[in-house]
Design a protein around this ligand. Structure first.
Ligand code: FE
Length: 142
């Protein structure tokens, strides 16, 4: 699903072609025992589902784009929720006409390459649902 090299708390990751990026990254973090950290990367995909949270209705609006796109930037963080790896990913996707779409990334199908750097934090980072915002916020004490 992926290949990687590690140096200390830093991992260089290459996801295998045709994989779903969020699934592969979640598997990578779970299998390498990374429960807190940060992610950045770039690549190319042929499909991506983005999510937008309407802050008034607190309803999610998901939209799938089925076309070849360059991922000019994927940024994210790693934490834990209910004992499982929880990724929060955002991406900017460049279309063939050089326009961009972007937002919260739910899933994306790799078509080409996807290269990332993951940095592990020596921390425990939990999350809990916040009714006011409708978001799973960091569960920091106080
Ligand atoms: Fe988000």
């Amino acid at each position: 699903m992926y290949k990687f090299k590690q140096s200390g708390d830093t991992y260089v990751v290459s996801i295998n072609n045709h994989q779903e990026v969020a699934t592969a990254l979640t598997a990578f973090c779970a299998e390498q025992g990374i429960r807190a950290g940060e992610i950045h990367g770039l690549g190319a995909v042929c499909e991506a589902t983005l999510r937008f949270l309407d802050p008034v209705t607190k309803q999610y609006v998901d939209k799938t784009f089925r076309e070849q796109m360059e991922v000019s930037n994927l940024v994210g963080n790693i934490s834990e929720k209910d004992g499982k790896v929880y990724l929060h990913l955002h991406a900017t996707l460049c279309r063939a006409d050089y326009s961009v779409v972007g937002g919260h990334l739910l899933s994306a199908v790799l078509n080409g390459a996807f290269e990332l750097v993951v940095r592990k934090f020596d921390l425990k980072l939990g999350r809990r649902f916040d009714a006011e915002t409708g978001l799973n916020l960091y569960d920091f004490p106080g």
